[in-house]
Design a protein around this ligand. Sequence first.
Ligand code: ZN
Length: 190
Amino acid sequence: MDDLLRATRKKVRRPRSARQQAWANSAEFAAFGRAGGEQGRRIQAAGPVCGAKRRSDGLPCQATPMPGRTRCRSHGGCVPRGDSWHRVQAASSVAKTDRKMRDLERRRKKREARLAAMDPDQRERFLRRSRAMRPGTVVERAQRRHDRAAREAFARLGAERQPVSPELAALDSRIAELEAQIAASKQRTT
Ligand SMILES: [Zn+2]
């Protein structure tokens, strides 16, 4: 019963006093808000902007980058660099870390559901990218990048190799024929 009451009850706010209401309606208060907005826009216009491609229209993002970074918080500005790249970091408090772990678990489940819904081609591309984005130290990642490039170059070389010429193929089949004849004659003589 208590639960039901709690669910249906609206959060009641203490009404504003006449003085508070007058302040909220005053021109001075509105001017504060406008000045804050203008200052924010000035800072943003003067400073560096995030150059990541926006998904909505493909243009640069233009948001303010995270301090010391070149990307905003939505475009990787919060992703740790160097040896911590894409490694889960502990948050500033236990509660925040717990919430982060719960979020990660939820994201993992979502990812699995997404993977299950993909067709094989899509899944292959997705997993290929995931493999390429594995976390690790700077050195490990550089090594993997190098290995990957070498493997791809090798595969390209294999694909480009010229097919066997028809003359060579004819000779090969002739050789096989003759060898078979030799084997057959040997069998007759023994
Ligand atoms: Zn951005």
